[in-house]
Design a protein around this ligand. Structure first.
Ligand SMILES: Cc1cc2nc3c(=O)[nH]c(=O)nc-3n(C[C@H](O)[C@H](O)[C@H](O)COP(=O)(O)OP(=O)(O)OC[C@H]3O[C@@H](n4cnc5c(N)ncnc54)[C@H](O)[C@@H]3O)c2cc1C
Length: 549
């Protein structure tokens, strides 16, 4: 605690977060000069990556502080949130002073960060007793959090999603993972019955259009029980966004109600065996053709890592329709297929077209299976080109619009995995005794839990802030806010799940313990929907440097 009152703690956290933000702005300006406003970013990749990291952390600190301030000004101060805001803002400010020490050309020393008073605040926030006191409080609550949402619908949804996850998901999650089973049809149908697949579909098209914040908290609760359950609606979400933004009205009327009801399960096909982050190089081709006199397109080529592609009834597939036009030669198709539940499938059409799929074995994120797919003259009717004639060669932009919503949702998924890991670690630490005491009573455990909970809270508030920003204006930040929350919360989930595993000692390494599942599940979060270095360089740093030139 800084000074005597909680108000002092919050004021200290605000000063640190503002100073960190100022230092990040100076760094952006410096690296923008070195890269000609980001145009030469590839000559400064390492610095650009650090800019993206530090800017994201500074924003997370501001959001944590802002939450503490909102609670205080509403007359319901949250002392734990205030203590976490101070601890986290101090971490960020401290890291920035380190950057200035190591690389002053990119991170010019900031006089504000060097003021004696500010350095005292950093020490207070990082003080081991301060972080431990956070840990003690979190342990007393067994890791549970009481974050207020200031949104009655989101609050209600979170409560019912938590109950649903406890009764319907938790009992099956571990076996589904261990046996690598496909998620049970009964769970899909129950989620469909609650309207969850239509969470982004407008009410006019049969959905529940619950809004971004509600979608995020729903996802967080489901993902805390099982990453797979929290991921079931992601693909529907991505295609829904693409249809809402760029589909024709006929397409919206045809597809959206069936996606919303869960009648159609969606797979996404962007990645290829030789094409990952460089989506402009997509090779899978769509050429004009027909089947039984019906006009359309023939799909040829391979796709990789298409999650749930076996069970899916429709695939949102990005294919090349113009050989020489980079991103401007790609179109988005809705490919209809039958659902399959094994690790292999083959679908044939009367005209000889086929799709063959084989699931890639993975250590985690099981339950949906991610497939390598081979398309051979597979026919897609003309009306399944998203956007109709206008959509020709606009597929990249439609797909990327969908990915922004997917990344926001992944902020929620990652927060759920982080929260589950934290709660599991607290429960274990309180029960496990070594050297005659519960391990929760040891200083090191309390300190670890304090930091883990603080980082989970920072990721949560960054994600909620991105949801609010996108609700106000979908394109406000050019996709930077959802990229930042996905980047940050995914790293938190990886780190916190590994810390939680360590707190479990050898028992955390047992396949029987859910914490071992959290660890392998979390590892995928920084990979899909834009692998971490690509989000840092091509989305976050690029925009920051263009604005800071
Ligand atoms: C379990 C799982 C499920 C998935 N589900 C889907 C799905 O449903 N649909 C789908 O389409 N895809 C899916 N993906 C694919 C995922 O989106 C890709 O793996 C991801 O986009 C990265 O592509 P890549 O794996 O080819 O990596 P690459 O693009 O080859 O990148 C690998 C590494 O190379 C380096 N690198 C690449 N480019 C640069 C650069 N310009 N500058 C600096 N370094 C660079 C980075 O270190 C990067 O991490 C899934 C992946 C997994 C693992």
């Amino acid at each position: 605690m800084v000074g005597k009152t909680a108000r002092d703690t919050l004021a200290a956290a605000r000063r640190l977060a503002d100073a960190a933000t100022g230092a990040v702005e100076r760094a952006i300006e410096a690296v923008a000069k070195l890269t000609d406003g980001g145009k030469a970013i590839d000559d400064q990749q390492v610095r650009a990556e650090r800019i993206a990291q530090r800017a994201t952390e500074a924003r997370a600190a501001r959001e944590l502080v802002a939450y503490g301030e909102r609670r205080a000004s509403a007359g319901r101060p949250d002392e734990l949130a205030q203590a976490q805001a101070l601890a986290y803002a101090a971490e960020v400010a401290h890291a920035l002073r380190g950057e200035a020490e190591a690389d002053p050309a990119a991170f010019p020393p900031d006089p504000a960060l060097d003021e004696a008073e500010l350095r005292d605040l950093v020490r207070a926030g990082l003080a081991e007793a301060h972080v431990r006191s956070i840990g003690e409080r979190v342990l007393a609550a067994r890791g549970a959090h009481g974050t207020e949402l200031d949104d009655p619908v989101a609050t209600l949804t979170r409560d019912s999603a938590r109950d649903f996850a406890k009764t319907e998901v938790v009992p099956i999650a571990q076996e589904m993972h261990r046996q690598d089973h496909l998620v049970p049809e009964a769970l899909i149908q129950k989620m469909a019955g609650l309207g969850l697949f239509g969470s982004s579909v407008p009410e006019s098209h049969g959905g529940t259009e619950m809004g971004y914040l509600t979608m995020v908290v729903l996802t967080e609760e489901l993902a805390a029980a099982s990453l797979v359950a929290g991921s079931l609606i992601t693909r529907s979400e991505i295609l829904t966004r693409a249809l809402v933004q760029g589909g024709t009205e006929e397409q919206r009327q045809l597809w959206l109600p069936r996606i919303a009801s869960g009648e159609l399960i969606v797979g996404i096909c962007v990645t290829e065996p030789d094409v990952g982050s460089d989506v402009a190089s997509v090779q899978c081709r769509a050429t004009r053709g027909d089947l039984d006199g019906r006009e359309g397109w023939l799909i040829d080529g391979a796709k990789a890592w298409s999650t749930f592609a076996g069970r899916a009834n429709i695939l949102a597939l990005l294919a090349r329709t113009d050989a020489g036009a980079g991103v401007r030669g790609l179109s988005l198709f809705i490919v209809e297929k039958d659902p399959f539940d094994g690790h292999h499938f083959q679908q044939s059409q009367p005209g000889g077209g086929s799709i063959t799929g084989t699931a890639n074995p993975t250590p985690g994120y099981r339950g949906m299976h991610s497939f390598t797919l081979a398309f051979d003259r597979y026919f897609v009717p003309a009306e399944n080109l998203v956007g109709g004639g206008e959509g020709l060669n606009r597929g990249f932009y439609l797909q990327m619009g969908g990915f922004a919503a997917g990344r926001l949702q992944t902020g929620g998924r990652a927060t759920g995995v982080g929260q589950a890991s934290l709660e599991k670690a607290c429960a274990y630490a309180l029960d496990r005794r070594q050297f005659d005491r519960p391990i929760a009573e040891y200083q090191l455990t309390q300190h670890k839990i304090g930091r883990m909970a603080t980082h989970v809270a920072a990721g949560r508030h960054l994600t909620y802030a991105a949801a609010r920003e996108m609700a106000e204006d979908e394109s406000a930040s050019g996709g930077m806010a959802p990229a930042m929350c996905k980047l940050f919360a995914s790293d938190v989930a990886v780190w916190v799940s590994q810390e939680a595993q360590l707190i479990h000692g050898g028992w955390g390494y047992s396949e029987e313990d859910p914490v071992a599942r959290y660890v392998v599940d979390a590892l995928v979060l920084p990979i899909f929907e834009g692998v971490k270095p690509i989000l840092e360089l091509k989305i976050i740093a690029r925009q920051l440097l263009a604005g800071g030139a």
